[in-house]
Design a protein around this ligand. Structure first.
Ligand SMILES: [Zn+2]
Length: 429
């Protein structure tokens, strides 16, 4: 490490307690999504903090985005601090929402308890610990490095867990990424891994159609559920084996996600199994409709049109051998795969910072599921983006979620060293 790098790293070590209490404070604001609670509260908290650190801040409500209402407004914060001279803009983006608590906790999910070097709570690793690390990294950088150029931005955004439309997508549409050069998303990928991107997503609803009749004479109707059974059978016989053979060169983790996958997200046919209290037994009818929602994750080597054609092929094969089979298919959602180049400036910068901080080379990974990089890429038109942050990905959304304090300190050092090489004074030869 250079002298300045070492001083910066030491400054972050000295701010360890501050990093812990910031993470605890963020966890204690329950920003559950759905429905999208307390976005304004957490933005106000970050606003006070970042104003004190000399940032200009802007609170942006994603008016009209999915889920935005007066009861649950989609608030975001964007903070910016410019240096003394011109230069590039480094943007840290963290989502402020957390998922449902679920069962099985032995700690208070919104208590932010510190125990054995770990901070516990819903959102500890995904991703309030990462958000706190980026704030402390920027503040330490400002304290130690007076001579710098360009701008540092920190955003806290809504709704990542439900697609990010009221968060990063909205900001990107408003042009917030137009003047950004580098984006680091402190998602919990582990301190020594850089996430370059994610697989693609295609959601569709398949419906089989039948004909209603009395349940005692099913031969007078046409059962949509049996048609759907034939679809499932065909999927088992041909589609799932074909998907298992498609392997990607993307460094996707975990290993099982290095192939194409398909999840049957829901399946429903006929009347509701559980009727509203007091309405008695179901009536005997042949179901005339069955619906299935599929969640297909595809690889960068695959073409979205072919992904769709493959599923349609399943349905057409069933149709060819099954009299009266009729179906419809409706796309619900699509996200193309994205992967930042390993030679991109943000990748090489974070790589060097990891080497300097941890003394080893990072692993490069690709996420099995999407995150807000999709909007930065597609709407913001910015390819120079990675996810890098503290915490263990496997703990995300689980009971007793935690983030390790040592991990937070190390990743804040990596973030601060990245700021130093992108915005700091030119290095002496
Ligand atoms: Zn996350």
């Amino acid at each position: 490490m250079t002298d300045l790098q070492a001083r910066l790293a030491a400054e972050i070590t000295a701010r360890r307690d501050d990093l812990i209490s910031l993470t605890q404070d963020l966890i204690r604001i329950p920003t559950l999504n759905p429905p999208g609670e307390n976005y304004r509260e957490i933005c106000d908290y970050l606003d006070r903090r970042l104003l004190r650190s000399g940032f200009h801040t802007q609170l942006v409500r994603a008016v009209g985005s999915p889920g935005d209402s007066d009861r649950y407004p989609r608030w975001n914060i964007v903070a910016r601090r410019a240096g003394a001279r011109a230069g590039e803009c480094v943007h840290f983006n963290s989502h402020i929402d957390v998922v449902d608590v679920g069962r099985g906790w032995t700690t208070d999910p919104f208590g932010g308890e510190l125990k054995d070097g770990k901070v516990y709570g819903r959102g500890a690793c995904d991703m309030k610990g990462g958000l706190a690390a980026s704030v402390v990294a920027a503040e330490a950088f400002l304290a130690v490095v007076p001579d710098w150029g360009g701008a540092i931005e920190i955003s806290g955004t809504a709704d990542e867990e439900s697609g990010g439309f009221g968060g990063v997508a909205y900001l990107a549409e408003q042009g917030f990424y137009a003047k950004v050069d580098h984006v680091i998303i402190p998602e919990p990928l582990n301190v020594d891994r850089i996430c370059l991107g994610h697989r693609g997503v295609w959601w569709a609803e398949i419906e089989t159609h039948g004909e209603i009749a009395h349940g005692s004479m099913p031969f007078l109707g046409d059962c949509a559920v049996r048609h759907m059974g034939a679809v499932l059978h065909e999927m088992e016989e041909t589609l799932f084996p074909a998907l298992a053979l498609k392997r990607t060169d993307m460094p996707v983790v975990p290993e099982g996600a290095k192939q194409s996958t398909l999840n049957i997200n829901s399946l429903h046919g006929g009347q509701d199994e559980i009727l509203k209290p007091g309405t008695g037994l179901p009536s005997p009818v042949v179901p005339d409709s069955a619906r299935m929602v599929i969640d297909r994750r595809f690889l960068i080597e695959e073409d979205i049109d072919k992904v769709q054609a493959e599923v349609r092929g399943v349905l057409e094969r069933v149709k060819a051998r099954r009299p009266d089979f009729d179906y419809s298919m409706r796309e619900m959602h699509r996200v193309l795969p994205t992967m930042t180049d390993r030679g991109a400036p943000v990748v090489t910068t974070v790589t060097e910072a990891i080497r300097a901080t941890l003394g080893r080379d990072p692993d490069y990974v690709v996420s099995p599921g999407t995150y807000d990089q999709k909007h930065i890429d597609r709407i913001g038109k910015l390819k120079n983006c990675v996810a890098y942050g503290p915490g263990i990905l496997d703990l995300a959304h689980k009971p007793d979620e935690y983030v390790g304090v040592d991990d937070m300190v190390a990743s804040a050092q990596v973030m601060a060293l990245s700021l130093l090489s992108l915005l700091g004074p030119p290095r002496n030869p």
